[in-house]
Design a protein around this ligand. Sequence first.
Ligand code: AMP
Length: 309
Amino acid sequence: MAYNKDILGIIEQFDSIVIYRHVHSDYDAYGSQLGLKHLLIANYPAKEIYAVGDEDIVNPEFLEKMDTVNEDTIKNSLAILVDISNAARVEDDSYKLCKESIRIDHHPYTETLCDHEIIDTDASSASQLVVELAKDSNWLINEKAAEYLYAGISTDTLKMTIDKVDKRLFEDLAYLYGTKIDTNMVNRMIYDLTVDLFSTETKVRNKIIFDEDAAYVTFNTKELEEYGLDYRNAKDMVNIMGNIKGINKYAMFVQTDDGKYNVSLRSHSIPIVQIAEKYGGGGHPLASGISSINESDITDIVKMLKEAR
Ligand code: AMP
C-alpha cells in the first residue's frame, strides 16, 4: 500500500515515540513492534523510541526486553499501535495519554483507536505493513529490524502457506532482504521446539477430535499441567491441525485460570470469524479468536464450525 505522506510527517514531528502491541502477543505483534522500534532508532537517532508491553515475553532469547517510559514522556509522545484490532486488546492503556496516535494494522476494522489509522486487510501481517512504511519512507533497513519483521511475516503467513502470500508480499520480502538477514538463525529461534515440547506435540496429535471436516482440541487446566504445557504453548498447537487433508476448519480450546476457555478458530477458506464475533471475539476471516467462553459453549462452537459453509 502507499503510505500517506502525512504519516511520515507526523513521525518526523515527534522527539519521542512509544510503540504498543496487543495482549497475548504473537511474533507478528512483537515483530512489527520491535521491527519498527529498530527502524526508527536507525533512521532517527536523535529520537527516543520505546516499545512497551507485558514483560512476560515468549522467547527472551530472540526477543528483547520492553522499555519503561515515564508518564511525562508519554504525554509528549506519538503513540504507534501495531497489530491491534480493538481497544480491549491493547496491552497498555497509556497510549491514550499520548499527544497524537497512529495505528498500523491488518485486522478487519472494528473501531477507531487512533487519530490516524492505516488498516489494510489485504496485508499478510502488521510486520508487512511496517516493511512497506520503511519502503515508502526510504528508510534504511537494519539487520535487527529485518529479523524481527521477517519473524512476524513468516509466522503470520504460517511459513508462507496462506492466501495472503502474493506478489506484493514477495516484493516486500525482496525489499527486506536488501539487508542481510540470518533467516536460518531466525527460523531456528522461532520454530524449533524443545525435545519435551516436541514429544508433547506428538501426544497432543492423539488428542485431536475429528468431526466431519472439522477438528479440535480442548485443554482443561488439569490437562495443561499433565502435559506440562503453559497456556501460550497450548494455544500455539492449533497449527498442528493445519495440514490434514479433508480438515478445513479447526479449533483449540484452552482453559484459563478463571475456569473459562480461550478459543482459537482457523479455516482454510470458509470464513469463521462470525462465530468468534458471536462470543465477543474477532480477528481475521480465516483466523480468529475468542477471549472467554464457558465450557458449555464448546459443543455449540464446534457445531457452528462444522456447519460453516
Ligand atoms: P488467536 O487464535 O488468539 O491466535 O487469534 C487469531 C486472530 O484473532 C489474531 O489476529 C487475534 O488478534 C484475533 N483475536 C483473538 N482473540 C480476539 C478477540 N477476543 N477479539 C478480537 N480479535 C481477536
